[in-house]
Design a protein around this ligand. Structure first.
Ligand code: ASP
Length: 428
């Protein structure tokens, strides 16, 4: 019998999870789902998170250690960061075009505004207090945060992925600079570890369709809670806003990613999406580019032919700092909130949105719901009351799923582009 391809298996899990989720909320099986279905989703995500640090560490160390030319590292680094910032700025601009032309904020009835404001008031306060901690930090804090004083502490929390990236590069450089016979043992160790970890990712992916089923079923239960009609009412009221975000995200994938891949690589668009589809689906189901990282790396290396030295650097960095989907969503959300409040934003404010959003998306953590916390900072930079996020909180999880898929697609397309540019460079 022919084996069903992985992305189809995951799609089947996703659709069944969706169907089960809807039926179970209708029949009031929330507790059963929480006790007996949701744990499999948690186990699946935990396995992915478990593998992320060893994967990044071993593949990046062996990637850097095998570089014969140290200039290559700075060349890859420079190009990667430049493309990341460039694509994020384009994403924000597309978001702004979408929200300024569709003007979804003008279509919200005022009773709905008042209702949402009072309903989500306490959640808004929670999010705003998170922001205060972020705002108290100095300008160079992100740089300080990258350099750990104790590696075991960094490795104990997946949120410290940039620290792991830094340490891996540092050790890799150490290996290159050590006489060959003396550094070989450690180099071989990490090379072998990276092979083993990639195998483990394959094992974990056997569970993917079941994990995705459980995650989607539980997400639907969480979103609808004990009142399924409420989410329908919300979806109706915010349909136009959601449309403005989703159409922007699709346009960004079609024009920016497809355009750059066509322009700068020899890969067909079909091959790219077929290769990366499991990672996109996983990003959709987990709403976390961090948890998806091991799969993004594996797919880029094994299906799209990206070399280990490129993928192990570009992808962990991308998962932490490159969030085009999040940035686009933040721009649409900021202007939407201003529109609902009857405030009109001029060119100057829109430019401020581009700059703060690019910076905010860099600082957004690769976990569910992080984007909306940074949105508070963007709103404050254009003097829009941050209480306005109450308007969009109810549908945030759904948009988070879609924007996370775009975040992961963005990272993967840059990995493919850098890999192809490097190939051309070495051929020359
Ligand atoms: N969930 C997103 C991610 O992990 C971040 C966000 O936009 O909330 O990429």
């Amino acid at each position: 019998m022919r084996k069903i391809e992985l992305h189809w298996q995951i799609i089947i899990g996703l659709v069944l999870g969706l169907v089960y989720g809807i039926i179970s909320t209708k029949l009031g099986w929330g507790v059963f789902t929480f006790n007996w279905i949701a744990p499999f989703g948690v186990i699946f995500i935990n396995l992915l998170k478990l593998i992320a640090v060893p994967l990044v560490l071993s593949s990046l160390i062996s990637g850097v250690a095998s570089l014969s030319d140290m200039n290559k590292l700075s060349r890859i680094g420079g190009k990667t960061i430049a493309i990341y910032i460039f694509t994020t700025a384009i994403a924000v601009s597309i978001g702004l075009i979408s929200v300024n032309t569709l003007r979804p904020g003008d279509k919200i009835p005022s009773e709905m505004k008042i209702k949402l404001q009072s309903q989500y008031n306490s959640e808004v306060n929670k999010k705003s207090s998170n922001v205060n901690n972020i705002k108290e930090r100095g300008p160079l804090q992100p740089l300080i945060d990258m350099i750990p004083s104790n590696f075991f502490l960094s490795a104990s929390n997946n949120r410290n992925m940039l620290q792991v990236v830094f340490v891996a590069i540092f050790i890799g450089i150490g290996i290159v600079k050590t006489p060959r016979n003396k550094g070989k043992l450690v180099k071989d160790f990490f090379q072998s570890l990276s092979e083993i970890v990639v195998k483990l990712v394959d094992f974990i992916m056997i569970m993917a369709p079941f994990g995705v089923f459980a995650l989607i079923a539980q997400t639907i239960n969480k979103i609808t809670g004990d009142n399924p009609n409420q989410i329908l009412e919300l979806l109706g009221a915010l349909a136009f806003y959601m449309f403005a975000v989703i159409i922007g995200l699709i346009a960004h994938a079609l024009f920016t990613y497809n355009g750059l891949i066509k322009l700068l690589t020899n890969m067909s668009i079909k091959k790219f999406y077929k290769g990366i589809a499991p990672a996109q689906l996983l990003a959709f189901s987990t709403s976390s580019s961090g948890a998806t990282l091991p799969v993004t790396m594996e797919r880029c290396e094994e299906e799209l032919g990206v070399s280990e030295e490129v993928s192990s650097f570009v992808l962990p960095l991308g998962a932490t700092i490159n969030m085009d989907g999040t940035a686009l969503y933040q721009a649409v959300a900021a202007v939407f909130i201003a529109q609902t409040m009857g405030m009109s934003l001029g060119l100057e404010e829109q430019l401020i949105i581009i700059i703060t959003t690019v910076l905010a998306s860099i600082g957004t953590a690769a976990v569910p719901g992080a984007g909306i916390i940074m949105l508070v900072i963007i709103l404050e930079s254009i003097n829009v009351p941050s209480q306005g996020i109450a308007l969009i909180l109810g549908v945030d999880r759904i948009l988070d799923m879609i924007r996370t898929s775009i975040n992961v697609t963005g990272d993967a397309s840059v990995a493919v582009i850098i890999s192809s540019l490097e190939d051309k460079f070495s051929k020359k």
